[in-house]
Ligand binder design. Structure first.
Ligand code: GLU
Length: 466
């Protein structure tokens, strides 16, 4: 199928998390796909908390999810919506379904249902509801409801015909009603299950497109059925393949970083997560680092229907690429936390010097000596091996007025010390930068200036025995 670029009605998508925990990678994918789709079609992207599970819905999770979405740059349009605010509409919808016979009370005990399921399975039949309460008269049901626990079910199975789920990836997915069950929409404690409020809210909020994992395909059949019974418009669905962990199993802490919070605490650049995620199951995304390219080339109709695997490594590779491309002024701001005593202009120069050598921002610590003449040196064995005399020669030549330039200095030092290649350069690199690898030495010397180089050599001399 090809996706239509111009929609007659403006596109409205939503991200509808149940606020029972922090944002995890599975959520990020759902949110991102719906956000990209809305942005691609100049539509709206809504945030709706499905907070009807009052016990587990924490205020702190809603706040955290909102913050994490904003951190990722997935800004929603308009006010945040709350499913709990629509309780009256949900109850009204159930009442209308009940009045038309599309929903009914079921009084079967869980023991009874278990027994039915076992019986069906032993006969090689799907473990569906046996339909015992389906035909009960309204009078009998009303009378029993006064003193017996019950749930509400949708009368789908015995309905004639079929349900058609319009899917962007699969075309019309047809379900014969007789192959479907009578799903529970209200539990015995009176609370709604996911099916009805989710569908009613989509109708209420004017959702035109629902992009979600293909584990929801059967749910969609029930939701289309009930929306049609109530005369509501049915959204266009897009059931994409699921996101799996790196090991091909369910996403978990071990197979892929679990929460956005943790990644954020690890210093991840949000765009790295966005880039890595947007490309999963979406072939032909051009290799560019800006969000505009992702939006312009996002094509929901090309999303993979097979499961995709998460890769932390791919995400961190994006992080490194983005870091290398980051303007020095921006990197400098992020480095302020590591070097609070260094002025911003100096940090900018530092960022320009070492930026290309960082895979993670915190690796800038390894080059602390560039900012602080007596900071730690990683490999003191190399310094000792070169010996104090070598550094004394180096300092003397540096300060003699003729050799304060990398090429002239190292040439003179080579002649004076008899060292060459790595044996000549590595002790100097360590003395000046503190690390055994890093930016070009010519640039290091320029950055430090005559005095800066001298101070660092003096510090090393002081550390080595005569
Ligand atoms: N609250 C549901 C969930 O978190 C929403 C599913 C959907 O996208 O419709 O799974």
């Amino acid at each position: 199928m090809t996706e239509q670029t111009h929609h007659a009605t403006p596109v409205v998508t939503r991200f509808a998390p149940s606020p029972t925990g922090y944002l995890h990678l599975g959520n990020v994918r759902t949110a991102l796909l719906n956000w990209l789709f809305a942005r691609r079609h100049h539509g709206r992207f809504l945030l709706r908390f499905e907070d009807t599970d009052q016990d587990r819905s924490g205020q702190q999770y809603m706040q955290a999810i909102g913050q994490d979405l904003q951190w990722l740059g997935l800004q929603w349009d308009g006010e945040v919506l709350f499913q709990s605010a629509h309780h009256r509409q949900h109850a009204g919808a159930l009442q209308r379904l009940a009045e038309s016979g599309a929903a009914y009370r079921c009084f079967c005990s869980s023991q009874q249902l278990n027994l039915d399921r076992k019986l069906a399975t032993s006969r090689g039949l799907p473990p569906r509801y046996a339909g015992r309460c389906r035909g009960m008269s309204a009078e009998e049901a009303a009378a029993r409801a006064g003193h017996e626990p019950f749930v509400w079910r949708l009368a789908v199975h015995a309905d004639a015909g079929e349900v058609i789920v319009p899917d962007l990836l699969r075309g019309d997915v047809r379900f014969a009603c007789r192959d479907l069950d009578d799903p529970v929409v209200v539990r015995s404690d009176g609370s709604f299950t996911f099916l009805l409020p989710n569908a009613i809210d989509d109708a209420q909020d004017g959702i035109t497109h629902v992009l979600r994992g293909d584990d929801h395909l059967t749910n969609s059949a029930y939701q289309v059925w009930l929306l049609q019974k109530l005369g509501h418009a049915v959204p266009q669905y897009c059931h994409h393949g699921l996101l799996l962990g790196a090991d091909g199993g369910k996403l978990s802490k071990r197979s892929g970083s679990a929460s956005v919070r943790e990644l954020r605490e690890q210093g991840l650049l949000p765009q790295a997560l966005v880039q890595a995620m947007a490309r999963l199951g979406h072939p032909n995304m051009p290799d560019a680092m800006d969000i505009e390219t992702l939006i312009a080339h996002f094509d929901a109709a090309s999303l993979s229907t097979t499961a995709v695997r998460w890769s932390d490594e791919a995400m961190w590779r994006w992080h490194e690429r983005l870091l290398h491309a980051m303007p020095a002024a921006q990197l400098a701001e992020r480095l302020q936390g590591f070097f609070p005593d260094v002025s911003l202009p100096r940090l900018r120069e530092f960022a320009a010097l070492v930026g290309g050598n960082l895979a993670r921002i915190e690796q800038a610590e390894e080059y602390r000596r560039l900012l602080q003449p007596d900071a730690q040196i990683t490999d003191t064995a190399i310094l000792s091996e070169a010996g104090r005399e070598f550094f004394e020669q180096a300092l003397a030549l540096w300060q003699d007025g003729e050799h304060a330039d990398w090429a002239a200095w190292t040439q003179a030092l080579k002649a004076a010390s008899g060292r060459k290649g790595r044996a000549l350069f590595m002790p100097l690199r360590l003395a000046l930068t503190g690390a055994a690898h890093g930016p070009e030495m010519r640039a290091v010397v320029d950055f430090l200036g005559a005095e800066g180089v001298g101070l660092r050599l003096q510090d090393v001399i002081g550390r080595l025995e005569a």
